[in-house]
Design a protein around this ligand. Structure first.
Ligand SMILES: [Ca+2]
Length: 419
């Protein structure tokens, strides 16, 4: 699913530029500039100089368009439109004088708009003119524009920047673009491999490391280039792409977008693992938990069946155990059955992911609660010994405090440890 490099900008750029016309651009810092537009299909590059090499600008614009297309393939969507950064139907990438944008470059999260300072733009332009290579900066910033997963993953911060790190490499790789040296010094291939392979492999090889003492505390394993926890998270995304291809990698993000919001870092890790499992059929728990965090409960929905028992449904008009303001209760049991191919499970609990109408789970651990509340599975039935083995089941009672006597939605995840 590679977007062809043979795009329209040839003609459009020529026409637009031949007029020598500039456009007004309002920057992230709310300054106004007259800049020269170089139109692609999806992006428009805005530069301070109008006397740049036309062929070079066409190549750079085509490369950015191609990378934009790869990001579109990965995410299945496009950035939201931010008026000042959307010109003639295209997302702007603007050159701004040094010291007048956020650092060397930046891109708006989930919205159109990238700014590169003049030094960074010169690196991009000269890199192409002199070596036929593309500086990575704008390809990374596209990873800001296409970041739509703050709700599912943002609770673990390195995932946010890790997305841009991974997809910079992936967009350039899929579009077949030669990368220039990182910060004009580190050879692109070394730059890339030291992150996506070496950093992750050294992390995986060290049994004392896990997500909690790396990603969760913004600390990468010691490494020769000083790569960060963001780079480590990026390498985890890259591994999904590398091992499964871009089609499954797209499914990963499509599934991810449908998962519940993460209210804690562990929720974010579980979302990553669950989306990866559904998209690829593989278990990527090992990226986060090795022997040292065997005590970390993970979502085990795929290892069990959990079905409400209609014969147990009961609506009652009393509210004992509910806070004030409720009108009744709904009680039922759900049967939790271990699939016959699953490993034995222990320390099982249910966690509320959806509960509508302002209703509460009355018998949640620690008292009535809504989304995020947990209910520890009591030792009963096949779980009397605290271990649920293949084909064993246990019935779990739920009591819901009702605001009103009407239909509502209730969903839970099942979490636990595998033996
Ligand atoms: Ca048992």
């Amino acid at each position: 699913m590679i977007v062809s490099l043979a795009l329209a900008p040839f003609v459009v750029t020529k026409n637009a530029y031949a007029n020598g016309a500039t456009v007004q651009y309002t920057s992230f810092q709310n300054d106004t500039y007259s800049l020269y537009p170089w139109y692609g299909e999806k992006i428009v590059l805005l530069t301070r100089s109008g006397s740049l090499d036309l062929a070079a600008m066409q190549a750079i614009v085509a490369a950015l368009d191609a990378a934009y297309g790869v990001y579109q393939t990965i995410t299945g969507r496009e950035p939201n439109i931010w008026g000042p950064t959307f010109l003639n139907g295209r997302s702007t990438i603007a050159e701004i004088p040094d010291g007048h944008t956020c650092g060397a470059g930046c891109g708006l999260l989930a919205f159109t708009g990238i700014e590169l300072d003049s030094t960074r733009f010169a690196g991009l332009y000269n890199g192409y003119v002199q070596h036929g290579q593309y500086d990575q900066a704008p390809f990374y910033e596209l990873g800001r524009n296409f970041w739509f997963y703050g709700s599912q993953l943002g609770a673990l911060d390195p995932f946010v920047t890790g997305f841009a790190i991974a997809n910079r490499f992936i967009s350039m790789e899929v579009a077949g673009l030669a990368g220039g040296p990182f910060n004009q010094t580190l050879a692109f291939q070394t730059f890339k491999e030291s992150i996506v392979f070496d950093l992750l492999n050294s992390y995986l090889a060290d049994p004392t490391l896990n997500w909690e003492n790396t990603l969760n505390v913004n600390q990468a394993p010691a490494n020769p280039f000083g790569w960060s926890a963001n780079d480590l998270a990026g390498a985890m995304f890259y591994r999904l792409f590398y091992e499964n291809g871009i089609a499954d990698y797209h499914v990963f993000f499509a599934v991810l977008a449908s998962l519940p919001p993460a209210s804690s870092p562990i929720d974010a890790v579980n979302n990553f693992i669950e989306a990866a499992r559904l998209a690829t059929g593989r278990d990527y728990t090992y990226l986060f938990c090795k022997s040292i965090c065997a005590g970390l409960p993970l979502v085990v929905n795929n290892l069990v069946a959990f079905a409400p028992l209609p014969s147990s449904f009961k609506t009652i008009g009393e509210t004992a155990g509910c806070p004030a303001g409720f009108t009744g209760k709904f009680t039922f049991s759900a049967r939790l059955t271990e699939k016959n191919t699953s490993p034995a499970l222990l320390n099982l609990f249910a966690k509320v992911t959806t509960l509508t109408n302002g209703n509460l789970l009355q018998n949640a651990d620690g008292g009535p609660g809504g989304v995020g509340a947990t209910l520890t599975v009591a030792k009963a039935g096949g779980f009397s010994d605290g271990l649920l083995t293949p084909n064993e089941f246990v019935d779990v009672p739920f009591t819901i405090c009702l605001k009103q006597m009407k239909a509502f939605s209730f969903f839970v995840d099942v979490l636990g440890l595998t033996q």
